[in-house]
Design a protein around this ligand. Structure first.
Ligand SMILES: [Zn+2]
Length: 282
């Protein structure tokens, strides 16, 4: 079976009650191929555990990514917030290396009182500082993956994410299709809507081959308001978008390699539904 697209849960599967260092045994048993470690409330994993997680992932041939803490704002006004944000990303890069994570996903920041352009510039300035910090402590071989964000108050529409990725080496986008759908107030409905996103990545992102194969994605059904995302929903709630099957069809038609991390409340169960939907399309 051809496996251009790998699926897995955002965080530990609901049905798993063991230790995180052994979670990839469980994911392999389920038949999934990816896992996103969640450091969303702080990078707490110790080196020894992270190394064991890496070993377990390799044994089971699971592609691991890592979600950095939520409390990051690289366009913050206050210096201490900026410093803490940069620190959290340094810690994330270190832990990602230990666990062999191929991507470090993070939400870049908020516009607050700034115009989008100002916020973007501030964010890129903070990233330059992050790069200096990582360089000075000798951390290499990381790939940061800024995510398209779901609230209109957050820095991180598709153009901004592409701009950030074009501005630095070792940056590759995380495309959260539900977030794009929510911040666009329900903008993804047809194959063509997905096609436009993928063609934009192909057209505007530099070094595309190097930067995005495979494309790192998040997917869930999502409820939104005028200001963006409100709530994640399970796949079976068909009243919510964006459509799953059209995404998979478009990725297949355009020959993309991808990782799709399932962020619905059903995590591994819906990841399996996604995978089954994909296999039925092949
Ligand atoms: Zn996401």
């Amino acid at each position: 079976m051809k496996k251009n697209i790998l699926f897995g849960p955002a965080g530990n599967p609901i049905g798993f009650s063991g230790k995180t260092i052994e979670v990839c045994d469980y994911i392999r048993e389920l038949g999934l191929d990816a896992y996103e470690y969640q450091a969303t409330y702080g990078v707490r994993i110790q080196k020894q555990s992270a190394l064991k997680l890496q070993k377990n992932a390799k044994k089971n041939d699971i592609r691991v990514s890592m979600h950095a803490p939520y409390y990051i704002n690289l366009s913050a006004q206050k210096d201490d917030v900026l410093e803490r944000s940069i620190d959290r990303l340094v810690q994330s890069a270190r832990a990602a290396k230990w666990m062999g994570a191929y991507r470090i996903v993070f939400h870049p920041g908020f516009y607050t009182k700034y115009t989008p352009q100002e916020a973007l510039n501030r964010c890129k300035f903070a990233i330059s500082k992050l790069m200096d910090d990582l360089d000075s402590i000798g951390i290499k071989n990381f790939t940061f993956a800024p995510e398209t964000t779901g609230k209109r108050s957050q820095l991180g529409n598709l153009d901004e994410i592409i701009d950030i990725c074009n501005s630095f080496d070792n940056f590759s986008p995380t495309i959260d299709f539900a977030h794009l759908h929510a911040r666009g107030r329900g903008c993804i409905n047809e194959s063509d809507d997905y096609y436009k996103i993928l063609s934009k990545l192909e057209d505007v992102l530099e070094d595309i081959g190097q930067k995005i194969q495979p494309l790192h994605c998040h997917f869930t059904k999502i409820e939104y308001t005028d200001s963006g995302e409100r709530k994640h929903h399970v796949l079976s709630e068909t009243e919510y978008g964006p459509p799953l099957e059209l995404l998979l069809e478009t990725l297949i038609d355009c020959g993309w390699y991808a990782t799709i991390i399932c962020e619905t409340p059903l995590l591994e169960k819906d990841a399996l539904v996604m995978q089954q939907t994909y296999q039925n399309l092949l």
